[in-house]
Design a protein around this ligand. Structure first.
Ligand code: ADP
Ligand code: MG
Length: 142
């Protein structure tokens, strides 16, 4: 595991800028884990990145557990928050989704099911501060 960077974010605009820069570091097939409390900005980041790839209609997959979008890239967006047990993820086709070697996969609340996560992944940890302030740490796992 490698610490890539820690960044202080002071506004939604800065978060959008961070998300866009971060997106340019992602290679095809990347798996991105987004950890952080409710309201941290996990979905916000996925929306900002998806927009770069001409996907405008991103909504939180909290209840659906997974949303699947195609723009200039395919984006597969999971949210583990409401998942009770790992089997539910296999039932909705977790392995099949993960096996797409080109799609970018985002997993909100990935830390809830750590053993299901692929070894090769990038993790963002977002810590909520006062108002719009956030601290983001990026870790790379190979
Ligand atoms: P999560 O998916 O982590 O639960 P969301 O992305 O759905 O969180 O919501 C984040 C909320 O926080 C949004 O309402 C957004 O407008 C607000 N917000 C305030 N400041 C920021 C910031 N710096 N970055 C991202 N979102 C922010
Ligand atoms: Mg969310």
């Amino acid at each position: 595991m490698e610490l890539v960077l820690e960044k202080h974010i002071h506004s939604e605009d800065e978060m959008t800028e961070f998300a866009q820069n971060f997106a340019s570091s992602l290679s095809d097939g990347a798996v991105v884990i987004l950890n952080g409390n409710l309201g941290a900005g996990k979905t916000f980041i996925v929306k900002a990145i998806a927009k770069l790839w001409k996907i405008e209609n991103v909504t939180s997959p909290t209840f659906a557990l997974v949303n699947d979008y195609t723009g200039t890239k395919r984006v597969i967006h999971f949210d583990f928050y409401r998942v009770g047990e790992e089997q539910e993820l296999y039932d909705i086709g977790f392995d099949e989704y993960l096996s797409d070697e080109n799609a970018i996969k985002f997993i909100e609340w990935g830390e809830l099911f750590p053993f299901i996560l692929p070894n090769k992944r990038v993790e963002l940890k977002i810590i909520i501060g006062d108002g719009d302030f956030r601290t983001i740490t990026v870790f790379k796992y190979e």
